[in-house]
Design a protein around this ligand. Structure first.
Ligand SMILES: C[S@@+](CC[C@H](N)C(=O)[O-])C[C@H]1O[C@@H](n2cnc3c(N)ncnc32)[C@H](O)[C@@H]1O
Length: 261
């Protein structure tokens, strides 16, 4: 399988701060999913595409594994994860999730959040990861089903994000594709949707940070005038700082539990 070395959301300090905000915003939903779907105190839990380590800490603290492995291909995020969580029963590995080292094997729990959106062959990746499970182990996927809002700067941003990801053969709302594609997988245990609605101001801050990361990519600047991109950034800034009259925003997260195939 071709490695996807072109992760479009970057690993700058700004991108890491965005993932910190994602971490606090998604924390309760993810904790509930982990607690309900995985065995407590497993021997080995793995966080694939662990970013700067917020999911790794949540996985460790929720399940209390004997060993937690965090895997990411970004050297900056590996260093951040090691600083945040390393040593306390956590090891951080720099690797491509499509070419995992042998020691990422016989896992009781493999957790994947907000990663399949960025892979060109998400179902192929899922099949590879199922092979890394111990007998009775579970693969937990948590990805975007949909993000809904009537607030114009937020919805306009989401349109451009989808456009940018699409230009890179990635899919923002990957949940329906996963649900349909895994329907007949022999390992499928459950496929549900969890919903949450953070404050519009928080969403606008997250979106603003991400927009700054990718708005200058050629697939954006080639298709949109600078004035249009500036107007979206300004709109996000307005919602972030004066959200009183902003329309709500709702994430629907697809949560899938699989055993070995
Ligand atoms: C959107 S972030 C999600 C981070 C974390 N799972 C969370 O939910 O906060 C996606 C992460 O996957 C990593 N990533 C993307 N493609 C990867 C690949 N092929 N191999 C390893 N890591 C990858 C990126 O570096 C990034 O840290």
């Amino acid at each position: 399988m071709t490695p996807s070395s072109d992760y479009t959301f970057g690993d700058s300090d700004l991108a890491a701060r965005r993932l910190e905000l994602v971490g606090t915003t998604f924390e309760d939903t993810t904790r509930d999913f982990l607690a309900a779907s995985a065995p407590a105190e497993p021997a080995l839990a793995v966080d694939l595409g662990s970013g700067p380590g917020h999911t790794t800490v949540l996985l460790r603290d929720t399940l209390r594994p004997a060993l937690t492995l965090a895997v990411d291909f970004s050297p900056a995020y590996v260093a951040a994860s090691a600083e945040r969580a390393g040593g306390d029963g956590v090891e951080v590995i720099e690797a491509d999730v499509l070419h995992l080292p042998q020691r990422v094997g016989d896992a009781d729990v493999i957790f994947v959040r907000l990663l399949l959106t960025h892979l060109r062959d998400p179902l192929g990746a899922v099949a590879l990861w199922q092979e890394r499970l111990a007998p009775g182990g579970v693969l937990l996927l948590e990805e975007v089903e949909s993000i809904e809002t009537e607030e114009r700067p937020l919805s306009r941003y989401l349109d451009l994000q989808e456009e940018m990801l699409h230009a890179n053969d990635n899919t923002l709302e990957i949940g329906p594709e996963l649900d349909a594609g895994l329907h007949d997988n022999p390992g499928l245990r459950s496929s549900e949707v969890a919903t949450f609605s953070p404050p519009a101001a928080v969403a606008a801050r997250m979106f603003g940070m991400n927009f700054a990361t990718w708005r200058e990519r050629p697939e954006m600047t080639g298709a949109h005038e600078p004035e249009e991109l500036d107007a979206i950034a300004a709109g996000l800034g307005r919602v972030a700082t004066a959200p009183e009259s902003a329309a709500p925003i709702t994430w629907r997260m697809r949560q899938i539990v699989l055993g070995g195939s």
